[in-house]
Design a protein around this ligand. Structure first.
Ligand code: HQG
Length: 183
């Protein structure tokens, strides 16, 4: 039985970051040929195309979308793709989960997109905590004054799986939420 998590991680890798590892090319909107991906996954994991479709359907974060004979990741890209998302008005407050070790740099430079195309923001503290917990160390949750950013001209996008994306969050819009304020 192929391991769905391994397959999903491989799909994230090739659909966001290193398509050549599956012999894929991404078009300008991030779409790749589904059957080429299935062939690569069959070789690597012995999994069928039905397994690939199941991984897409059951992915807890709905990371992938299939449309006809093509597939793409809905967010999280490192390679330059245009997901065609329309700018959207964010809720007045968004959150970002990170680690204490990054805090000084973040409060100095703001949130920057690092190896991805965008800064990723969460709609609630719970989601931000899950994002923070992916890494070792002490969690830090930041409150983002998205209302003020939007008023001052920042553009936000909402990915198909509910992640808020923007280019940069300057430090003046960030506030660390103290431990006792957290739910
Ligand atoms: C930090 C997962 C130093 C930032 C999650 C983060 C999310 C800075 C790390 C999605 C910084 C980048 C994204 C600065 C930001 N100086 N560190 N100026 N600005 N950072 O993985 O937000 O599983 O690229 O705080 O659920 O952690 O991939 O971003 O810790 O939705 O679908 O630099 O990834 O989704 O790390 O996570 P990432 P992220 P998937």
């Amino acid at each position: 039985m192929p391991n769905d998590i391994q397959i999903s991680k491989f799909m994230s890798l090739v659909l966001r970051y290193a398509p050549e590892e599956a012999g894929l090319t991404l078009d300008e909107n991030g779409w790749a040929d589904l059957s080429t991906l299935c062939t690569a996954i069959e070789r690597k994991f012995g999994a069928s195309s039905a397994d690939v479709v199941r991984v897409v359907d059951e992915n807890p974060k709905k990371r992938f979308a299939i449309e006809g004979d093509r597939i793409r990741a809905v967010q999280g890209h490192s390679v330059d793709v245009d997901l065609g998302l329309a700018p959207a008005t964010p809720p007045p407050v968004l959150y970002h989960g990170t680690k204490e070790e990054f805090l000084r740099a973040i409060l100095r430079e703001g949130l920057t997109s690092q190896s991805r195309q965008h800064v990723h923001l969460s709609k609630d503290v719970e989601t931000a905590r899950i994002v923070a917990r992916r890494r070792k160390g002490k969690d830090v949750i930041l409150r983002v004054d998205s209302a003020a950013m939007a008023v001052n001209g920042a553009t936000f996008f909402l990915s198909d799986n509910g992640v808020w994306l923007t280019d940069h969050v300057p430090p003046r819009y960030l506030l660390e939420i103290s431990e006792r304020e957290l739910p």
